[in-house]
Design a binder for this molecule. Structure first.
Ligand code: NAG
Ligand code: NAG
Ligand code: NAG
Ligand code: NAG
Ligand code: NAG
Ligand code: NAG
Ligand code: NAG
Ligand code: NAG
Ligand code: NAG
Ligand code: NAG
Ligand code: NAG
Ligand code: NAG
Length: 440
């Protein structure tokens, strides 16, 4: 997880076709000339084909020419094998199908990106650099929000409408794999994402699968995400979204938030349906994170308004998850239980549903006793329901036990089909990230 910055700008890294086995190191942009770029683009009746330069030279200018010349009612073929892109691909396309291996950032309407190739983000060089640079104050967030170090997002759908992305892979992502931003009717399906570091002292960081922001009517389905941060994360103003048939390994779960960070700003996440999820080796499973209230009108750590409403996780198999079910209304104040008690969240949480959960907690989460579910609201949470929940604590074997649940300020304990022990903030810490060296 990394906080969302409103100035996120996506940049392109590398675009690979299926036949490429390379895992290249980004070269320096060495100024592909306009003439060179124009020669790469072939025009035919109804479309454009872009031939890569090869030799790690920048194909970005040629792709931009094709996106401009064939920007509407056309087909853009990218036969590969390897496109090297070292600049932001910022294009607006209409009624266009891009065949093969992707575009890094595009906006527009009625665009389909399909194929069986993918984008390789050369993440390792970015993670290595981040491991060093973060100690110098670079948060390494996307685009321009870090002054000294900004990591690209390989594929952004920004201000798009009716966009379909089908069948591609995104691997070795420097930062989030994908963002859907100020867009409507966006479908991602049959996507494969994998970003794991081979350098123990430079873990892959902030490699969320998808983040969604100010967007609605999103479908993410039939996809695999192998990473080390959120599998899918719903950031402010995400509505009418479905995430189904997902296989997530190593992630931080499918998360709402964080929300309510900025005083007086209204954040809304509503009407989200998440179904048929296999969640393996994860930090969280189903998660909501909301900041508490704040008494300072310039606060950037709580005091936001808005709501989280009508969120359902169903058929959720969490195997070896630290915290299978986890709701906090006091995000980021893990060790300040007094603050949580004194500053109830000003963002409403209601109609939250957990249906048909299986699997087990890793045992790494030590708050409470054998806790597999923690629903803790600083303000009151309304209409929380749980049905058919069968979560164990500890890995299968001699010591596995039934899982326990803790609740704070949940109005509808009778709608939970497990006994939820009511605890106040001062009884146990609120469990923001108290992992105490677990087994996962
Ligand atoms: C720069 O471009 C030349 C051809 O113009 C190419 O041979 C060379 O490999 C490129 N160098 C890099 C580092 O991309
Ligand atoms: C993308 O293009 C739009 C419209 O031309 C422009 O407003 C925006 O600043 C561009 N973004 C980037 C990252 O170049
Ligand atoms: C896209 O296609 C629709 C109908 O298929 C048409 O009405 C519309 O004008 C097209 N858009 C552009 C920019 O050509
Ligand atoms: C997108 O497609 C729809 C349905 O065919 C059409 O109504 C709309 O005009 C298209 N949008 C653009 C910008 O071409
Ligand atoms: C691993 O990352 C560290 C920290 O950036 C770096 O110093 C080291 O060179 C990297 N190791 C390899 C094998 O790339
Ligand atoms: C659930 O998702 C998995 C992929 O993770 C898929 O293989 C399976 O068919 C889905 N089940 C249903 C009932 O759709
Ligand atoms: C979310 O939507 C609400 C209602 O339209 C709006 O007031 C608020 O400013 C939006 N928040 C963000 C972060 O865009
Ligand atoms: C809850 O959200 C789901 C998924 O978007 C939607 O289908 C359903 O109509 C919503 N329910 C209500 C009561 O709004
Ligand atoms: C907010 O409350 C804290 C105690 O909870 C207090 O120390 C602080 O001065 C208050 N700040 C303002 C701006 O009122
Ligand atoms: C619960 O999930 C299992 C396995 O995914 C499925 O077979 C079963 O139909 C589900 N039960 C309910 C009540 O949804
Ligand atoms: C913890 O919970 C287990 C059941 O999951 C129970 O057997 C044990 O007695 C509890 N221990 C404490 C200290 O409450
Ligand atoms: C089970 O618990 C006992 C007592 O705490 C411990 O000694 C043993 O190592 C545990 N077994 C496993 C397989 O974790």
């Amino acid at each position: 997880m990394l906080g969302f910055s409103q100035s996120v700008v996506a940049a392109a890294t590398l675009l690979l076709a299926k036949s490429s086995l390379a895992h290249p190191t980004p070269s320096r942009y060495n100024g592909t000339s306009q003439a060179q770029a124009e020669a790469q683009v072939e025009y035919w009746n109804g479309g454009c084909t872009v031939h890569p330069l090869g030799g790690a030279q920048d194909d970005g200018p040629a792709l931009l020419i094709a996106f401009e010349k064939c920007r509407s009612n056309s087909i853009i073929n990218l036969p590969g094998p390897l496109y090297t892109v070292e600049k932001v691909l910022n294009s607006t396309l209409f009624n266009t199908t891009i065949n093969l291996d992707g575009i890094i950032q595009y906006t527009g309407e009625n665009v389909t990106l399909q194929g069986d190739g993918g984008i390789d983000g050369s993440g390792q060089v970015w993670w290595n650099a981040y491991a060093t640079l973060k100690t110098q104050g670079g948060s390494g967030v996307a685009g321009g929000s870090s002054r000294i170090f900004a990591r690209p997002i390989p594929l952004a759908v920004a201000r798009g409408k009716h966009i379909t992305v089908d069948g591609i892979s995104i691997t070795n992502s420097p930062f989030w794999h994908s963002i859907i931003f100020e867009s409507s009717y966006v479908t991602f399906k049959n996507i494969y994402m994998k970003s794991l570091s081979s350098n123990e002292s430079a873990q892959a960081a902030n490699t969320d699968g998808w983040d969604t922001y100010r967007s609605d009517h999103i479908v993410i389905r039939d996809s695999v995400v192998i990473n080390g941060d959120d599998c899918v994360s719903f950031k402010p103003n995400t509505t009418f979204t479905e995430v189904t048939n997902m296989y997530c390994d190593g992630s931080h779960g499918i998360s709402v938030g964080s929300l309510g960070q900025y005083y007086g700003v209204s954040d809304i996440v509503s009407d989200i349906y998440i179904k048929n999820i296999t969640m393996l080796n994860a930090e969280h499973g189903a998660r909501i994170k909301v900041f508490p209230g704040h008494n300072d009108t310039s606060s950037v750590s709580g005091g936001g308004t808005g709501y989280v409403r009508n969120i359902t996780w169903e058929d959720f198999d969490c195997e070896n998850c630290d915290k299978p079910i986890f709701v906090t209304g006091c995000y980021n104040y893990d060790s300040n239980t007094q603050w949580c008690q004194d500053h109830p969240s000003t963002l409403d949480i209601s109609d939250i549903n957990f249906i048909n959960f299986t699997g087990y907690a890793s045992g790494a989460y030590k708050v409470g006793n054998h806790t597999v579910g923690s629903i803790r609201c600083s303000g009151e949470c309304e209409d929380v329901t749980a049905k058919n929940i069968d979560l164990k604590w500890g890995p299968p074997g001699v010591n596995q036990t039934a899982g326990n649940y803790i609740c704070t300020n949940v109005a509808t304990l009778d709608q939970l089909d497990f006994p939820c022990q009511e605890v106040s903030y001062s009884q146990v810490d609120n469990g923001g990230s108290n992992l105490n060296g677990g087994k996962r």
